[in-house]
Write a protein that binds this ligand. Sequence first.
Ligand code: ZN
Length: 334
Amino acid sequence: MSELHFDVVGAEGPRRYFEGLTPQQLAHAYLFTGPAGIGKRTFARRLAQSLLCLAPKSGVLGYDGTCASCKLFSAESARHPDFLEHGGTLKIGDPDSRSGFYESEELSSRDIVHQLALQSYSGGMRVLLLGDVSFSTHEAANALLKFLEEPPKGVVTFLTTAAPGRLLPTIRSRTINLQFPLLSQAQVGEILGRKHYGKEDAERAASLSGGSVTRALATLEGEEESLRGQVARWFFDSLDGRPPQDSWATRDTLDDGLETIKTLVRDWIVASGHDGVALVSSDYAQRLRKLKPIDKRAAVGLLGKLDDAQRLARTNVNPALVGEMVRMALTSIP
Ligand SMILES: [Zn+2]
């Protein structure tokens, strides 16, 4: 018998629950509840992999990680034909849709019903995972409710939500509700470590996380400089005549970056002559007021050049070139 894993951090209660089950005792639908970012969906994915794993086992939890089925789970997004996953709001969907999950952009309630009415690919179980589930309309919720009332044979559904109160009571009553606990600080740190964050960063973010990986990740990402911050630094460096340290302009950042510059220029014009008018970029007010005032004619010229740059940005022109053009326009202000 090959060695089985169930690689999940935390979730002690739900883990104990499933450890005590045989495959025959598995219900057809579960609702995983608890705060955001504590691993409900990850748990459901590992459970799905366990249920579809081909390695023999007496219980429910555990996968070998090496069989043909597990290989389909190893990618970042699982592509197992008997595993359907969707995150977020479900729409009702097109009544004539014949497309399965992998052909359409978005899984709808009708797609689910249609797809799971078909035979399983491997002849075994099928698993549906709806993460952070919510419904765009009552109709969409009712389609899933009907599905849960008469589920096709061999289908197990996992719903996850941080807000069970927003689901139809009838959906809640058709499912077994398992509550997931917050993670401990050490557990959040462990998960961040696996995501290749350094030990120090992981520990600091974990200490601010309140037991949620999502919050810890937001802390870590918030510390990376925003595009707006980068562009503003470039803007002030250019005006001060310092060669900018880095270029912010790429195909993805050009539009937003130019918009930031335009706002800064408008604020500069306001700061140059209109006392009492509020600046949009109030966080840069001090630096804007320290700039040499721009006169009216130069201001009109500069705004015109920014319009040109925005038009150019919509063509195939090299983004760095547009950035350089704007820098020249800024540095040539008398
Ligand atoms: Zn396997």
